[in-house]
Design a protein around this ligand. Structure first.
Ligand SMILES: O=C(O)Cc1cc(O)ccc1O
Ligand SMILES: [Fe+2]
Length: 437
C-alpha cells in the first residue's frame, strides 16, 4: 500500500463473507489456522460479535498479518478533552432545540483525531448502547494510527474527501459518501490529494453494528441496495519505523507504540470489515399521491436496540428528489417525536429551514421537543403552486435515536452555537377564524 497514492479496489455487497489477498496464496485454503501460514504470516481473528451470536449477527474476520497485533508497547492514557463518551455527569439532557454553525476549520496543524469535537452523547458505551455524535475539522493527514474499542465509526464527510487506510484495505470517501469503520479496526484518516481542510460528522455507535433496514411492503429492492456498499480489498504496508497507535477505550484515549505500521494485513477473509457507500446510490421512495411520509422511508442504515422497531440509531438521509404531492404541505410537518433527532447538512439547503441551517452545521431536537418548518418555510409552502418540483441542491441527514442526546459543555458553550435558534418559530401566528371553515 503506497501511503501517498493508494489505489483502492473494492468488493461489492453489504457485509458479505469476503476473501481478499494482496499476494497470491496468502489466504489459507479450507482452514483458518494452518500450522505455518504462507509468506511467514501470523493468523489473527478479529471478532465484532460474541462467538455465540446468532449466525445472522455473527461477525468475525481472519487477518493474516506480518506481525500479530500484540507486538506493541503498554498503553498510556492521552488527553482529549473535546472527545466525550457516555455516560458522564458533565453532559446534560436538555429539551431546548439547539442549532450550531459549522465547526470552524483549524488554523493550527490538526489531524482527524485532534479535530474531533463531541456535540452530544447518549446511552452507555460500556453497556454497548447509545452513541457519541461528533463533528470533525482537520487540515493534516494522520501520521498516527487509531482504533475505537468503544464503538463503530460512521463517518460523514461534508467538506473535503478522505482516504481512510485500514487494516483491511483503503477507502476513498468523498463528500456525499459515507464510511463505516467497525469497532476495533485499525485505521489512519488522511486528506485526499489536493484537499487542504476537511470537515464532517461522526456517529460513534456504541451499540449493535449498523445493518440494512428491513423493507417490509417496499419489497426486495430499494432504499440502499446491498451491492452499492463497497468493502476494500486487502492492501498492506511492510513499513518499519516508530509509530503511535491510538485506542479509544472506555471513554478515554490511549496510546501504544509500535516499531512498524499496524496496516500490515496481507490477506483477510470474513464478514467484519469496513465499507463505504455513495449516498447518490440511494433509491429514494416517497409519495406519488398526497401527504408527507415519515422520514423512516429515508433510512440508509439502522443500529437496532433490544426493542424491535426502536433503533439505537437510524442513519437517515434527505437526498435530492422529486416533490409531487398534491394538496399537501410539502416540507416536513410540525411534530413532537419519541425519538431524538440530530441533523447535519452535507450540501445545499434543507426543505424545513429557509435560513440558518447551513452545510457543516447541525441541529438537535430531543425527545418530545416540538420542531418543524421555520416561519418563512411555513408561509411559502402554505401558498406554493404545487407543480412537480425537483429538489436538486440538498443532502441532509439525521442520526435518530431512541435515547435523548445529552449535549456536552463544549457544544453548549461553543461560540458556533446559535443561541437564538428557537426564535425561528416565534413569528408563527394564529390564523384561526371560527367563522371561516
Ligand atoms: O426535519 C426534521 O425534523 C426531520 C424530519 C423530516 C421529515 O420529513 C419528517 C419528520 C422529521 O422529523
Ligand atoms: Fe424532526
Amino acid at each position: 500500500m503506497d501511503s501517498q497514492h493508494p489505489v483502492p479496489s473494492y468488493h461489492s455487497g453489504f457485509r458479505n463473507h469476503v476473501s481478499s489477498q494482496a499476494l497470491p496464496g496468502a489466504l489459507p485454503e479450507g482452514q483458518n489456522s494452518p500450522q505455518r501460514c504462507a509468506y511467514g504470516l501470523y493468523a489473527e481473528q478479529l471478532t465484532g460479535s460474541a462467538f455465540t451470536a446468532p449466525r445472522g449477527h455473527n461477525l468475525r474476520s481472519w487477518l493474516y498479518r506480518i506481525r500479530p497485533s500484540v507486538v506493541q508497547s503498554a498503553y498510556q492514557p492521552l488527553d482529549h478533552p473535546r472527545w466525550v463518551t457516555a455516560p458522564t455527569a458533565a453532559a446534560l439532557a436538555d429539551p431546548n432545540q439547539m442549532r450550531w454553525d459549522p465547526l470552524p476549520l483549524p488554523s493550527e496543524p490538526t489531524d482527524f483525531i485532534d479535530g474531533l469535537t463531541t456535540i452530544g452523547i447518549n446511552g452507555d458505551a460500556a453497556g454497548q448502547n447509545g452513541c457519541g455524535v461528533h463533528v470533525y475539522a482537520c487540515n493534516r493527514s494522520m501520521q498516527r494510527f487509531f482504533y475505537d474499542a468503544d464503538g463503530e465509526l460512521l463517518i460523514v464527510p461534508q467538506l473535503g474527501g478522505l482516504v481512510i487506510r485500514t487494516e483491511m484495505g483503503v477507502l476513498e470517501v468523498a463528500s456525499g459518501e459515507i464510511a463505516v469503520i467497525p469497532r476495533g479496526v485499525k485505521c489512519q484518516v488522511r486528506l485526499a490529494e489536493g484537499v487542504e481542510a476537511a470537515r464532517g460528522y461522526v456517529c460513534e455507535n456504541y451499540g449493535a453494528p449498523f445493518e440494512l433496514p428491513g423493507l417490509g411492503p417496499i419489497g426486495a429492492n430499494g432504499l440502499a441496495n446491498p451491492r452499492d456498499f463497497l468493502t476494500p480489498s486487502a492492501a498492506y504496508e511492510d513499513a518499519p519505523g516508530e509509530v503511535e497507535l491510538l485506542a479509544r477505550f472506555a471513554g478515554r484515549l490511549w496510546v501504544t507504540r509500535l516499531g512498524h505500521s499496524p496496516l500490515d494485513v496481507v490477506a483477510w477473509h470474513g464478514n467484519y470489515a469496513p465499507y463505504k457507500y455513495d449516498l447518490a446510490r440511494f433509491n429514494t421512495i416517497n409519495t406519488v399521491s398526497f401527504d408527507h411520509p415519515d422520514p423512516s422511508i429515508f433510512t440508509v442504515l439502522t443500529s437496532p436496540s433490544d426493542t424491535p422497531g426502536m433503533a439505537n440509531i437510524d442513519f437517515v438521509i434527505f437526498p435530492p428528489r422529486w416533490m409531487v404531492a398534491e394538496d399537501t404541505f410539502r416540507p416536513p410537518y410540525f411534530h413532537r417525536n419519541l425519538m431524538s433527532e440530530f441533523m447535519g447538512l452535507i450540501h445545499g439547503e434543507y426543505d424545513a429551514k429557509a435560513e440558518g441551517f447551513v452545510p457543516g452545521g447541525a441541529s438537535l431536537h430531543n425527545c418530545m421537543s416540538p420542531h418543524g418548518p421555520d416561519a418563512e418555510t411555513f408561509d411559502k409552502a402554505s401558498s406554493a403552486d404545487l407543480e412537480p418540483q425537483y429538489q436538486a441542491a440538498t443532502l441532509a441527514f439525521m442520526f435518530e435515536s431512541r435515547y435523548p442526546f445529552q449535549t456536552v459543555p463544549g457544544a453548549r458553550d461553543a461560540d458556533f452555537r446559535q443561541r437564538d435558534y428557537v426564535d425561528v418559530w416565534s413569528t408563527l401566528r394564529s390564523h384561526f377564524d371560527a367563522e371561516r371553515p
